[in-house]
Design a protein around this ligand. Structure first.
Ligand code: ZN
Length: 445
């Protein structure tokens, strides 16, 4: 099934929003962590959008400077108050249990219990998301107001968990293109019941993969669904043959809140993906482009100086700058379907621009060619789009000197990348520009 040329602009299908949102709703309660059944369950549910291959890497496997951890199994976890009330039950909200809690059973006085309770006094009604992946600990996370109201007495604690040799699970979708060179799209899969920070990235990645599979495209598109940090490190450690083929990429996350787009540049800062983001993301209302810094999501791993990949990050409101971040406030009501759909379209537009970008050479560079006789002025449609297209013809002819690629022309002209791509396609068909193979340009006798 061919749905057109990715490089010439692909519209998200009409049922995409419904597909992505029903995934977000279904996967919200799944019990995710950096390992365990919740990740598998989430990836299997994402496979209903488009098939995701699950890869299992055994606990104890050395990966770069790290080791794949034991798998975390949670059966039940709660506290019983002196009056018999059950508190902080993980069955009620999976943020209640400190991530990677070690097993514990016992009865404790309130003061001792409180050493194991995590709250955020500044957001007294929300449950914070906390984990202790690499230091063995048990604990519960709860609304500060609830913990403040606890009365002294004996509290019974049940943390029925297990840390056992198992595996780390990540997911992968490869959509082969005409070339072996790849574009990498990465999103994290380890956050428990957090809707925006986790599930929107997975939904958009799967839907974009599904869409690209129906198009003609140049690059091979690889989508990876990894637990934060350790998952990206594991993927990088296991794919030394793929890494050199990665032309550029994007980490996607937090795409469903009400904010405008934020693009974070790769470490190198002026790579293909950064330049594309400038002309595609940067022109959407309110968008912000920010420079690299070594914190955040898995761009930290892809852009570490040894790999130094051209990977940027697309999100909406920056993590850590809104109160719902990493709390029970990041629930389904925090995610807007229209924002998720617009984000999937934005990712498609960015990848389309990457796919279409090329450097051409004007084959009739002496004076302007007459466009009418070359059949270039018969564009279907009219009005502003046609005016922009006609301007784009002149911009492409003028700057196709072997030094400017189409992104540079979109940048210089202020015209939409899609318009520049359309004009370049028509000029190529008319034989007025050619691939920049060093052979272009004929000097008149
Ligand atoms: Zn997060």
């Amino acid at each position: 099934m061919e749905g057109g040329d990715l490089g010439h602009g692909i519209e998200l299908s009409a049922d995409a929003t419904e597909r992505m949102m029903s995934f977000v709703e279904d996967a919200y309660p799944y019990f995710r962590s950096i390992t365990g059944e919740g990740v598998r369950q989430t990836l299997r549910r994402a496979s209903e959008i488009t098939p995701v291959e699950l890869v299992e890497v055994p606990s104890g496997t050395p990966v770069l400077d790290w080791t794949v951890p034991d798998e975390w199994i949670v059966r039940e976890a709660y506290v019983v108050a002196p009056d018999g009330t059950r508190l902080f039950d993980v069955a009620d909200h999976n943020l209640h249990l400190l991530g990677y809690s070690v097993p514990f059973r016992g009865t404790l006085p309130l003061d001792e219990l409180k050493e194991h309770l995590y709250t955020d006094p500044e957001l007294p009604d929300l449950i914070p998301n906390r984990s202790s992946f690499y230091v063995p600990r048990w604990g519960f996370c709860a609304a500060h107001r609830q913990v403040e109201a606890l009365r002294p007495g004996a509290y019974e604690v049940v943390v029925d968990t297990e840390l056992v040799p198992g595996s780390l699970t990540y997911g992968e979708i490869v959509v082969p293109g005409e070339e072996a060179d790849e574009v990498l799209i990465s999103t994290h899969v380890d956050h428990p019941s957090l809707a925006n920070d986790n599930l929107t990235g997975i939904a958009v990645a799967a839907e974009v993969a599904r869409t690209i599979a129906t198009t003609r495209h140049r690059y091979t598109y690889r989508f990876v669904f990894v637990p934060s940090v350790i998952g990206a490190i594991t993927w990088l450690a296991r794919n030394p043959d793929v890494v050199p083929r990665v032309r550029c990429g994007l980490v996607i996350t937090g795409l469903g809140d009400s904010g405008a787009f934020v693009y974070k540049r790769s470490r190198r800062g002026a790579t293909l993906i950064d330049r594309v983001a400038e002309v595609v993301v940067g022109r959407s209302p309110g968008a912000e482009l920010i420079d690299w810094y070594p914190f955040g999501y898995d761009e930290r791993q892809y852009c570490s100086p040894g790999f130094d990949l051209a990977v940027g990050r697309l999100s909406r409101t920056l993590h850590g700058t809104f109160p719902e971040y990493h709390t029970s406030g990041d629930d389904l009501s925090f995610v807007d379907a229209g924002q998720v759909a617009a984000a999937a379209q934005m990712v498609l537009d960015v990848l389309g621009a990457v796919d279409a970008n090329d450097t051409y050479r004007n084959l009739r560079p002496y004076g302007e060619p007459r466009l009418g006789p070359h059949g270039l002025l018969n564009r279907v449609g009219g009005g502003g789009a046609t005016a922009a297209y006609e301007q784009a013809l002149f911009w492409v002819l003028s700057l196709s000197d072997g030094d400017h690629d189409l992104v540079a022309i979109a940048q210089a002209s202020g015209l939409a990348m899609a318009t520049i791509v359309e004009a370049a396609g028509r000029l190529l068909d008319a034989g007025l520009i050619g691939p920049d193979d060093g052979a272009g340009g004929s000097v008149p006798g």
